[in-house]
Write a protein that binds this ligand. Structure first.
Ligand SMILES: [Zn+2]
Length: 67
């Protein structure tokens, strides 16, 4: 099942849930304040390819971190 990211519309706390593709999310409760009806964020599927791409970008931006 994919991981979705949500953002609380009340306190803007962001959190992740593993959900079925067509599962409704209106009843999800914010772990921080308990508010429901979060905003669904556009999901970046986190694959290995994606994180190595990000690593590569960071190496270019701040190469001193990787010395
Ligand atoms: Zn909240």
């Amino acid at each position: 099942m994919p991981i979705y990211e949500f953002e609380c519309t009340k306190c803007t706390h962001a959190y992740e849930r593993v959900m079925k593709i067509d599962e409704p999310y209106d009843d999800l409760e914010c772990p921080s304040c308990g508010a429901t009806k979060p905003k669904k964020l556009v999901t970046a599927f986190r694959t290995n390819a994606w994180s190595s791409f990000l690593d590569g970008m960071e190496r270019k931006v701040s190469p001193e971190k990787f010395k």
